[in-house]
Ligand binder design. Structure first.
Ligand code: GLY
Ligand code: MN
Ligand code: MN
Length: 465
């Protein structure tokens, strides 16, 4: 894709935002702040996803302003030879219109002077609510000089509206350009998982001390080697019982022969996340109980995949997963039908929750847990109430989102068996999750993460190599 096509994609997104603002609207979108890590070292900078979605611009200290008429103004860091020697080349406001396709650009140092002028005679100010500390008070600060000019005939905006809703709806359906990046990100992540699996088996075969961080190092190597900027989230590399801690991070625990390893890791490529989980035997051979539970989780994922297609609801893959797990938990003896009833009862009384306590997926995009409403917008007023069987709380349900082509979601069932009375000991401390990323299509879904095998036999074959 050449540079002008690229610029055009962002220009079209800005035009769609402009069209959504209504007469007299103006939108303000800042990028993310730089954050101190300690003393004078910053965390690695990551742009704001909304800002990037509308500009493709990754420098810090930048703001985008869009008027309902479609005029676009960028504020960015000015050229500054001394700062650029230390921190790197800046695009600068002179070059920004040609490179980014905005109408005009100014130094970010001119924000306080120019924003009141841009806000004057506008009816509504749109900005992302509750996303940037202090944004609301900055905007109020720019509105004060506008108010001071009211007696000279200026109009001051009367309402402020949340831009997130507009942008979230746009971001929820990924265009061809976004899907192509997400496929590439997925391929890189899949290769990284393969690398980690093979290293685990090879080190154990060689009698070496394998630690979680060894496998984390393989992931990082594979991500960076193929051009990914960084992991899309903190990688989970969990040996044995650590897999039962849902938000465990790659640490230093030993990876032992006979244990499973759960890796939940995905790279971010050009602003887009991938999100893969694989669970594999550290030495390349599943034990009987491990394989039993693995096959069950995989069957539940198959059911979820089959339920993922345009026209289905977001909740359908989850319900399909739970139906398979409920029956499977009874079949393998993790739940006792004499105590919890049949599969339908297990679903109704949520007794599966002891072993499966998270949802089966989430939107995926620029953010790993991407934006977008999980409720169908046209049905937001339809509310039903139910009593949660475990907590006793009254839950208000609204109709789940109807899937459309181009939406991207994860499908990630799991089972986590903590030692407990009545739980067969053979399954204790087994934690399994299988996670793939799916692009919704008219007739089903495209799994974009299957370059890394998922069937137990195929994982074993891969790890023998
Ligand atoms: N890696 C985060 C998640 O699976 O949701
Ligand atoms: Mn996920
Ligand atoms: Mn994940």
């Amino acid at each position: 894709m050449d540079a002008s096509t690229h610029t055009q994609i962002y220009a079209e997104r800005r035009a769609r935002v402009a069209a959504a603002l209504g007469p007299g609207g103006i939108a303000i979108v800042p990028t993310a702040p730089e954050r101190a890590r300690n003393r004078d070292s910053d965390f690695l900078y990551r742009h704001d996803s909304y800002f990037y979605y509308l500009t493709g611009f990754t420098e810090p200290n930048a703001w985008l302003v869009i008027s309902a008429e479609g005029a676009t103004t960028l504020f960015c860091q000015p050229k500054d030879l001394e700062r650029e020697i230390w921190d790197g080349i800046r695009l600068g406001p002179e070059a920004a219109p040609a490179v980014l396709g905005v109408d005009e650009a100014f130094s970010v140092a001119e924000l306080a002077q120019r924003l009141p002028r841009l806000l004057e005679n506008r009816r509504t100010v749109w900005y992302p609510f509750a996303t940037h500390d202090g944004l609301e008070s900055r905007i109020n600060g720019w509105l004060q000089p506008v108010r001071a000019r009211v007696r000279y005939g200026a109009l001051c905006p009367e309402s402020q509206r949340d831009l997130c809703g507009v942008l979230d709806e746009m971001r929820l359906v990924k265009d061809a350009h976004e899907q192509a990046i997400m496929r590439r990100a997925s391929r890189i992540s899949a290769q990284a998982h393969i690398r980690a699996m093979q290293r685990s088996a090879a080190m154990l075969r060689a009698g070496q001390d394998v630690r979680e961080y060894h496998l984390d190092a393989e992931l990082l190597h594979a991500f960076r080697e193929q051009g990914s900027q960084y992991p899309a989230y903190g990688s989970i590399v969990a040996a044995g019982a650590n897999a039962c801690v849902l938000h465990y991070r790659a640490d230093a625990a030993p990876i032992r022969n006979g244990e499973l390893v759960l890796i939940d890791a995905g790279c971010e490529l050009d602003g887009y996340a991938s999100d893969i989980t694989r669970t594999f035997p550290a030495n390349g051979r599943f034990t009987g109980p491990q394989r039993t539970l693995y096959e069950l989780v995989l069957a539940s994922q198959d059911a979820a995949v089959a339920a993922t297609r345009a026209g289905a609801r977001f909740v359908d893959p989850h319900d399909a997963t739970v139906a398979v797990l409920a029956q499977g938990l009874l079949d393998v003896g993790l739940l006792d039908a004499n105590k919890v009833g049949h599969a339908q009862d297990v679903i109704a009384n949520r007794s599966y929750f002891q072993f499966y306590m998270h949802r089966t997926g989430h939107w995926l995009g620029m953010d790993v847990h991407d934006c977008g409403s999980y409720v169908e917008p046209a049905e937001v007023g339809t509310v039903s109430e139910r009593k949660d069987p475990l907590s006793g709380e009254i839950i208000k349900d609204r109709p789940s989102r109807i899937l459309r082509p181009g939406m991207v979601l994860t499908i990630e069932p799991g089972l986590y068996v903590r030692p407990a009375e009545g739980v067969p000991e053979a399954f204790w401390n087994i934690g399994i999750r299988i996670e793939d990323d799916a692009i919704v299509t008219a007739t089903g879904c495209e799994l974009i993460t299957r370059d890394v095998p998922v069937k137990a036999d195929e994982i074993e074959a891969l790890m023998r190599g």
